[in-house]
Structure formats: structure tokens, C-alpha cells
Ligand binder design. Structure first.
Ligand code: P5A
Length: 448
């Protein structure tokens, strides 16, 4: 993309309404624009990162054997009356009446709707196990929407639902989700720690929240510092293997890690003092096992091996997709702007032309741009007439992990400059070598 043809409305001034760094940078980098309290438009740069995050989630969900689908945002209240949640959900639910005076609502989550789909189409244990998921907009009329996309009213969520014959099978689904989430967050450059939590309006006894440690997090958390040393890495897990998923779950949940809702001072005191930590965290996901809480009242049953009709065991599993942008920025920035992890960066690298209009510099930039594009990479080429300082400031603000700087002086010596956004380190090298390096970083093969 050429910046002169893009839509990147960066702000010079820091917006006064933004209290935390991720919100400030998302506004300043022209990623989002508030349309009403807790409701945002996703401008091109923000939308690009949102899509990258979504892509990673889809890949990891499919790897775990889960099936994507899509459900509507507007639902009938009737289903929610069946489960009893229409009254229980309270003020957070946005209730709507259609022209026929029917009660409708904007979905805050979709346990009821998916249970209805299940009961209409599945009747035998032979069709289990089954896990369906979607990535769809949700609405919760939060009392205090704040911190930009972090606590929105309209927000984007991955929500998955498992249906199993037995509690044991459903717990395997729970473990499988935990494993796949560890991998998902790590691919986004995040360490998200599973912590024992409270289930709130979703229900059930078994639940873990995934928390990214950050001073601006809304939850108070208590944990054993050893947990931060764990890495999922590139382990190959057979998601059908009960033992393998169980082993990962035990590894990642056996040390003390709880949110304030479930914190227990007495148990915490057993952790050696030098490893006891109290911090704040951003909740980027939560997994639940709630057994037959929805299947029983809604009649979601299957015929088991002995011919008996039994309610299915269920769980649901959520990732805060839009919130993740805020969480990633909170975890990865400096005083100049965002520093995107390679896995989610909106463009793979920036190209800065120090002397727009100089025939040689223009030609070199065009050539680098063409080579990167031919490799399937997406550079953002600042081909505007802005002075060099302004171009650097914009690149630093929007946080592309790599920048190639091209100027007449370097070109005289046959070199351009490759700079890492994270370390600030620069290296001079021939343009082709810079392209090759970027290709290597993103794991694409540079041709000849
Ligand atoms: C699990 C999927 C559920 O709703 N039902 C379907 C279950 N879980 S949850 O924990 O309530 O939400 C899942 C994740 O969504 C994010 N989230 C939000 N993000 C932005 N703004 C909000 N107001 C908001 N509320 C929840 C969180 O990341 C949460 O973990």
C-alpha cells in the first residue's frame, strides 16, 4: 500500500478522553473512531489488525478440530426465556422490540441460540463430540464502557460451544480449548495466563480466565511467579488425545494463579514468599464447563448407546477479539507508539523514502515495494512529501516491526537501512538483502 493512497488519519495531539496508552495510540494511529459510548468504527489500519487476529484464531480453532459458523446478532427473546436468562441477564442486555411487538435482543453471548440449533439437528451420541464456534459482534450495555476497545459495549468475540455425551468428554473439550488458546495467544506475541475465575452469568463451576499482565488491567490477580516462565512454544499436540491435553492443562494450571473473585489468602500463603505476586491483568478470554445448564431446560438431548435420551454436556469458550488489540498494545509499546508483534502487524514493514521526487530514491523504493509484494508481503510505502522526521514519527506511532529507509546518500553506496522497531537497531545493506531479510523474518521464500 502506498501511504499517499491509503486512509490513515493519524492525530498529532493526544486525545484527552483516552486514559490508557492503548486507547491513546489506537486513536492517534487512526485505527478506530468512537461513534457513541463504547461503540467504534474500525478504520482501515485497525480493521487490518482485527482481521489478522481473527485469522490466527480461525487457524488455531480449526487445528483443534472446531467448526466455524455464523449466528445472527439479533435474537428472539423466547429462547432466552427457555433458559431463564432473559430475566437474569439484567441491564447489560440490550432489548429491542420489532414492529410486531416481539421482544428481540442484541446477543451478548449465544449459548441459547446454539443450543437451539443443536436440538433441532442432532439426536444421537454418534454425532458427538461436536464443537461449533463463530466470530461475531456482541453487545453488552456495560455501565462504564471505557479504555476504548478494552471495555466496549459493542465488541467482537470468538465464541465456541462444545456438545458432548459425558462430563468426561466435555472436560476434554475444556482442556482442548485451554491448549488451543495458549497457542493462539502466543502467536499474537502475548503471554496470557490461565487463572481460576468465577463463572458469572454464563454459569458452571469450572472456569479459567486468560489474563495478560498489564498495569492498566481491570482485574486484580494473584499468582506464583513460576507460571510466567512457562512457554507453549511450537509443541505438536494431538488435540484428540485426552492425555496430551490433560498434561498441558496440568502444567499450566497447577501453580497458584487466580483472579480476585476466587483468590484464597490461605492457599496463596503456601506459595514461597519470593514467588508470590499481586498484579493487574487484562482478561482476553474465558473457558467454561457448565454441564447441562442449558441442555436440560432447553431439551438438547441425544440418544445414548443404550437407547436412553440424555441431556448433552456443554461448555462455552470465548476470546475477546477486539479487546485483544488493546491488550497487545498495552503489552507492546514505547513512548513513540505501538510495537506490533510480527504475527499481527497490519503491514509487514514500512518503506520510508527520504527524498520523494529524487529519481533514484523513487526507483529504489518502487523496486523494493515490487519485490516484497511479489513475495506475498504487504509493505506500507510512505511516498508522501512529508519531511523525514514526520515520516519516522508516523512509522513509529503505527508500530510496523520493520522499516526500510531509502535515501540518495545511502543509494550512492548501494545500501538502504533496515531498522527494527522493537530494538531501534539499524543495519545498512543492499536493497535486495533487505528484502531477503524481511522475507526470512516472515518465513516466506525469496526467489533467486
Ligand atoms: C464464552 C463464549 C462468554 O461470554 N459465552 C460465549 C462465554 N464469556 S465472557 O468471558 O463473558 O466473554 C468472553 C470474552 O469476551 C471479552 N469481553 C469483552 N471485550 C470487550 N468489551 C467488553 N465489554 C467485553 N466483555 C467481554 C473478554 O475478553 C472475555 O474474556
Amino acid at each position: 500500500m502506498r501511504l499517499s493512497r491509503y486512509f490513515l488519519p493519524v492525530l498529532k495531539e493526544t486525545p484527552s478522553e483516552a486514559q490508557i496508552v492503548s486507547h491513546r495510540y489506537m486513536l492517534r494511529a487512526g485505527m478506530i473512531k468512537q461513534s457513541s459510548a463504547g461503540i467504534y468504527s474500525w478504520l482501515p489500519l485497525g480493521f487490518k489488525v482485527l482481521r489478522k487476529i481473527e485469522d490466527i484464531i480461525h487457524e488455531e480453532q480449526k487445528r483443534a478440530g472446531h467448526i466455524p459458523m455464523l449466528m445472527p446478532t439479533i435474537q428472539s427473546a423466547d429462547l432466552w426465556r427457555e433458559s431463564g436468562r432473559y430475566d437474569d441477564y439484567g441491564e447489560e442486555m440490550l432489548r429491542i422490540r420489532d414492529r410486531h411487538d416481539r421482544d428481540m435482543l442484541f446477543t451478548p453471548t449465544a449459548e441459547e441460540l446454539i443450543t437451539d440449533i443443536f436440538r433441532s439437528h442432532v439426536g444421537s451420541y454418534k454425532d458427538l463430540p461436536l464443537t461449533l464456534y463463530q466470530i461475531q459482534w456482541k453487545f453488552r450495555d456495560e455501565i462504564r464502557p471505557r479504555f476504548g476497545v478494552m471495555r466496549g459495549r459493542e465488541f467482537y468475540m470468538k465464541d465456541g460451544y462444545n456438545f458432548d455425551l459425558t462430563k468426561e468428554d466435555a472436560l476434554h473439550a475444556y482442556n482442548r480449548h485451554l491448549v488451543s488458546y495458549l497457542r493462539t495467544y502466543e502467536r499474537m506475541g502475548l503471554q496470557a495466563i490461565p487463572m481460576r475465575a468465577d463463572s458469572g452469568p454464563i454459569g458452571g463451576d469450572d472456569t479459567h480466565e486468560f489474563l495478560v499482565l498489564a498495569e492498566t488491567g481491570e482485574s486484580e490477580v494473584f499468582y506464583d511467579s513460576q507460571i510466567t516462565e512457562l512457554k507453549f512454544g511450537d509443541r505438536q499436540i494431538d488435540y484428540d488425545s485426552v492425555e496430551q491435553c490433560q498434561a498441558v492443562l496440568e502444567e499450566f494450571t497447577s501453580r497458584y494463579a487466580r483472579t480476585d473473585e476466587t483468590h484464597d489468602e490461605a492457599i496463596f500463603a503456601e506459595v514461597p514468599e519470593e514467588r508470590r505476586r499481586t498484579a493487574r491483568g487484562i482478561e482476553v478470554g474465558q473457558i467454561f464447563y457448565f454441564g447441562t445448564k442449558y441442555s436440560e431446560p432447553m431439551g438438547a438431548t441425544v440418544v445414548d448407546k443404550d437407547g436412553n435420551r440424555v441431556p448433552v454436556h456443554m461448555g462455552s469458550h470465548g476470546i475477546g477479539v477486539s479487546r485483544l488489540l488493546g491488550a497487545i498494545i498495552e503489552a507492546s509499546h514505547d513512548d513513540k507508539g505501538i510495537i506490533w508483534p510480527e504475527g499481527v502487524t497490519p503491514f509487514h514493514c514500512g518503506i520510508v523514502n527520504l527524498k520523494q521526487g529524487d529519481a533514484e530514491a523513487d526507483a529504489a523504493c518502487d523496486a523494493i515495494y515490487a519485490s516484497l509484494t511479489a513475495l506475498g508481503l504487504e509493505p506500507l510505502y510512505d511516498d508522501t512529501n512529508e519531511r523525514a522526521g514526520g515520516k519516522f514519527a508516523t512509522m513509529d506511532l503505527i508500530g510496523l516491526p520493520w522499516r526500510i529507509t531509502v535515501g540518495p546518500r545511502g543509494l550512492k553506496n548501494g545500501v538502504v537501512e533496515l531498522t527494527s522497531r522493537r530494538t531501534g537497531e539499524s543495519e545498512e545493506l543492499p536493497p535486495e538483502a533487505a528484502v531477503e531479510r524481511i522475507a526470512q523474518i516472515y518465513g516466506v521464500v525469496a526467489k533467486g
